[in-house]
Design a protein around this ligand. Structure first.
Ligand code: F6P
Length: 195
């Protein structure tokens, strides 16, 4: 059975500063991850000629994919991170301080909360539908390099996790989640390549 490899981008400048959203490049640590990932993918998918690498349209995923050679790369807007609307570029502390009602509503119902002029987790889940259809249609392995909220939604779909858990699933940086769909169900492996 063909694997699907899910990973967040390498650490970004915004991750370092604790800012959400944005479109910053990756940090030095993030670059190190991109190299380790390329090495891992090269070995894991050595004889898989039809494999492909899917990224979002944001710099941090494209840069993370860049050291991977020998496989076609496809950019999907649907793999872009949750749109934080008016909160894009802020830290959680800033949101709490400057927009306490927004902060509280999100905390109360993170799944349904929609950022003003942005998206909710439910919106993200909906826009991922074409990506999921395409992933299920693939016969060859796919490496998906995306973002925290999007990967929570994708992972929950394949691992059959309930909707209400989606926004709270742990999705660490610098870790590959490998999913294999077999006859007996889903087999999952995790590879933490660095801290
Ligand atoms: O902090 C990284 C990030 O990808 C942000 O860009 C995004 O808003 C956030 O994670 C999503 O996680 P949460 O829904 O827990 O805020």
């Amino acid at each position: 059975p063909r694997p699907i490899l899910l990973t967040r981008h390498g650490e970004s400048q915004d991750n370092v500063r604790g800012r959400i959203g944005g479109d910053t490049a990756i940090s030095e640590k993030g670059e190190l991850y991109s190299k380790k990932l390329a090495n891992f993918v090269g070995k894991r998918l050595k004889s898989e000629r039809a494999a492909s690498i899917w990224t979002s349209t944001l710099q941090r995923t494209i840069l993370t994919a860049s050291p991977i050679v020998g496989f076609p790369k496809i950019q999907w807007r649907a793999l872009d991170e949750i749109n934080a609307g008016v909160c894009d570029g802020m830290t959680y502390e800033e949101i709490k301080k400057n927009m306490p009602e927004e902060y509280e509503s999100r905390k109360k119902d993170k799944l349904r909360y929609r950022y003003p002029r942005g998206e909710s987790y439910l919106d993200v889940i909906q826009r991922l539908e074409p990506v999921i259809i395409e992933l299920e249609r693939q016969r060859a392995p796919v490496v998906v390099i995306s973002h925290q909220a999007v990967l929570r939604a994708l992972y929950a779909y394949f691992a059959d996790r309930p909707l209400k858990e989606v926004p709270h699933i742990e999705m660490p940086l610098h870790t590959i989640i490998e999913i294999q769909m077999g006859v007996t169900g889903v087999v999952e492996k995790r590879y933490k390549l660095m801290d």
